[in-house]
Design a protein around this ligand. Structure first.
Ligand SMILES: CC(C)(CO)[C@@H](O)C(=O)NCCC(=O)O
Ligand code: NA
Length: 605
């Protein structure tokens, strides 16, 4: 089949896609009309703090599993082999630390916004800075999320690009504004199931059409796509065990530990135990999600590794990065009506579940951190109305951001990882000061400096196009066919080139070398610089006075690590800082702390 020829999309496919939108709207309407009918901010933004762990955990994975991962990961596996799969190792610490360090601290403080924590621990300017950083990161991210599936669908089926963007953006805005966080979480549950079903269907059909599991295995093995563990310490190497397993932990922490979208879900849990449980339950579901995308990449490779299986041998199969997966799916499923619709629904489910979380969490931080502190007399009814207005406005901003994404040209998965690292990394660094009882105000004034450095390496790599090794295009010998006029980065796959690509470019030198740092390290690098400069400055300027530390805002890291040391010795080491239990008890804690000082308190847990 000619890659430039648009593929057929039957009525059943359109119906399935429409059903997804209708069902999501239905869930939104249900929560607008049931329960407390979304008349308080507690219900609209925090689902009445009554959620149980199963929906919360599925919603947690849906938030950062967007169409970017669904189309980006298989393409990554196809071109670079299975090395990326090792990011699964980062999930262990990347979820264990949030469950036991961040969740208890945030939950016991009874927060609404994660950035409230920054004011309790440090000061108001730090909180504002955190909130603005989050808004910046999320607004860019949601543009990419809504644009990616629409572009892929447009390129392969000719479905109107802006029609798809408008449909997803508007439907999502509507159900988010109507049904609040309850609707967001329950649509996430439904959409996660559709997402898994769509990917599974493609894998099953793909394996069957390629000639069975053994055949798929033989082809990916012969094509050198199964990567062993790569322990190369070079930080400019795109994917190695270190970039994925260690750098990935920091990426996971910034997403699952301190990102408002996720923190809000922990806070909406019925009890602290449920919140911790939901974090644990993310682990298996996230492994399933990762395995599905990786296996899909392998099946795709197996199918196209041999020229004889290609529909048209004379035409090189060259597809653009985001479209590659969709091309594969449509090529395979076109004779099975309904299944391609299911995959399109899977792609849009992934997008909807991400942008709905973005709208709700953006409304929350804007109201709680930017507006409420200035209007203390606002009534509950007004605040709820305002938060609905905010959710709706962010929905419209999302459409504008989709247009901006249209003008960008980086590979989407890379672009998203770069944004997460550049913007989310420094923010994670500030939150990591949770474990540093001595951290003071002054130590955070250097934050802009660290942010500047994170941006320097990120922007430098975008401008010079170097991060994580040369672009895939240079690996393969191919004439790039441009499916869409606006994207210039094309990923080519030569028909017969199944050998592992050889790196052709010379070693980068000097600044070039700094820019070519693998983007998987961005989060780790920027959060580390914040922590290290923070430690040095607070050491030089003297630690924060004990009575200035808000009780419950410190995690007794040293105290817990030295669990084998007797309590009285720990007191002398000044590392037994208590963890507050509830905000209602805060006054007692405060009283206690002010009269006796933090060090004399023995940990009660
Ligand atoms: C968060 C991870 C890394 C977990 O595997 C993954 O879901 C991911 O790559 N997410 C970012 C890209 C996206 O928006 O889907
Ligand atoms: Na999603």
């Amino acid at each position: 089949m000619d890659p430039l020829e648009k593929m057929h999309f039957t009525t059943i496919d359109y119906v399935i896609f429409a059903l997804l939108l209708v069902a999501s709207m239905g869930i939104g309407l249900y929560y607008a009309l049931s329960g407390g009918r979304q008349r308080t901010t507690q219900e609209f933004l925090l689902a009445d703090r009554g959620m149980s762990c199963l929906p919360v955990s599925l919603s947690l994975i849906a938030t950062f599993q967007s169409a970017v991962a669904i189309v980006g990961v298989p393409a990554e596996i196809y071109t670079h082999g299975t090395q990326y799969w090792f990011i699964g190792c980062a999930y262990i610490l990347g979820l264990f630390i949030p469950a036991h360090v961040f969740v208890p601290v945030f939950y016991r403080l009874h927060l609404t916004s994660a950035y409230q924590y920054l004011e309790l621990r440090f000061s108001k300017p730090v909180r504002i800075c955190g909130t603005l950083t989050f808004i910046f990161q999320t607004v860019i991210y949601m543009g990419v999320c809504v644009y990616t599936p629409a572009l892929a669908l447009n390129a392969v089926t000719g479905f109107d690009l802006w029609g798809a963007v408008l449909a997803t953006g508007l439907v999502c805005t509507l159900y988010t504004t109507l049904g609040g966080l309850k609707a967001v979480i329950w649509t996430d549950v439904f959409q996660t199931i559709v997402m898994f079903a769509g990917q599974l269907a493609v894998i099953v059909v793909g394996v069957q059409q390629t000639g069975g599991l053994a055949e798929v295995w033989r082809k990916v093995w012969e094509g050198n796509r199964i990567s062993g563990i790569d322990l190369n310490p070079d930080p400019t190497e795109r994917y190695t065990f270190w970039t994925l397993g260690v750098g990935g932990v920091f990426l996971m922490l910034s997403l699952y530990g301190v990102n408002q979208a996720q923190v809000q879900r922990y806070l909406s849990s019925k009890t602290e135990r449920e919140a911790i449980m939901s974090c644990y339950m993310v682990f298996p579901s996230l492994q399933v999600a990762l395995a599905l995308s990786c296996v899909m990449g392998l099946v795709m490779f197996a199918r196209y590794s041999s020229a004889t299986l290609l529909p048209t041998v004379h035409q090189p199969l060259c597809v653009l990065y985001p479209q590659m997966v969709l091309y594969f799916v449509m090529d395979m499923l076109q004779d099975l009506p309904g299944l391609s619709g299911l995959f399109i629904a899977c792609l849009f489910s992934a997008a909807l579940s991400t942008i709905s979380s973005a709208f709700n969490s953006l409304a929350t931080v804007t109201l709680e951190d930017l507006i409420k502190p200035h209007c203390s007399s606002m009534t509950e009814a007004r605040a709820t109305l305002l938060s609905k207005g905010l959710a709706c406005s962010y929905g419209l901003i999302c459409l504008a951001m989709a247009y901006l994404t249209h003008l960008m040209s980086d590979s989407v998965l890379q672009a998203v990882f770069k944004i997460f690292g550049m913007v989310g990394g420094p923010l994670l660094g500030i939150f990591l000061c949770e474990c540093d009882p001595c951290g003071n105000q002054t130590s955070l004034t250097l934050k802009p400096l660290c942010l500047a450095m994170a941006f320097w390496v990120g922007i430098g790599s975008i401008v010079t196009r170097t991060s994580g090794g040369p672009a895939a295009v240079s690996h393969f010998n191919c004439t790039a066919v441009q499916l869409s006029g606006n994207i210039t980065t094309a990923i080519g796959t030569a028909l017969n080139s199944t050998a592992v690509p050889t790196s052709t470019s010379s070693q980068p030198m000097g600044l070039q070398r700094f820019y070519s740092l693998s983007f998987m390290w961005y989060s780790a690098l920027s959060s580390f610089t914040v922590v290290i400069t923070g430690l040095i400055v607070s050491f030089l300027t003297g630690p924060m006075k004990e009575e200035d530390v808000t009780p419950g805002t410190l995690y007794p890291l040293l105290g817990n690590m030295l669990f084998f040391v007797p309590d009285n010795l720990k007191q002398n080491l000044c590392c037994a800082t208590p963890l507050g239990h509830r905000v209602s008890q805060q006054s007692t804690w405060a009283h206690h702390t002010h009269s006796s000082g933090l060090c004399s308190l023995v940990e009660t847990t």
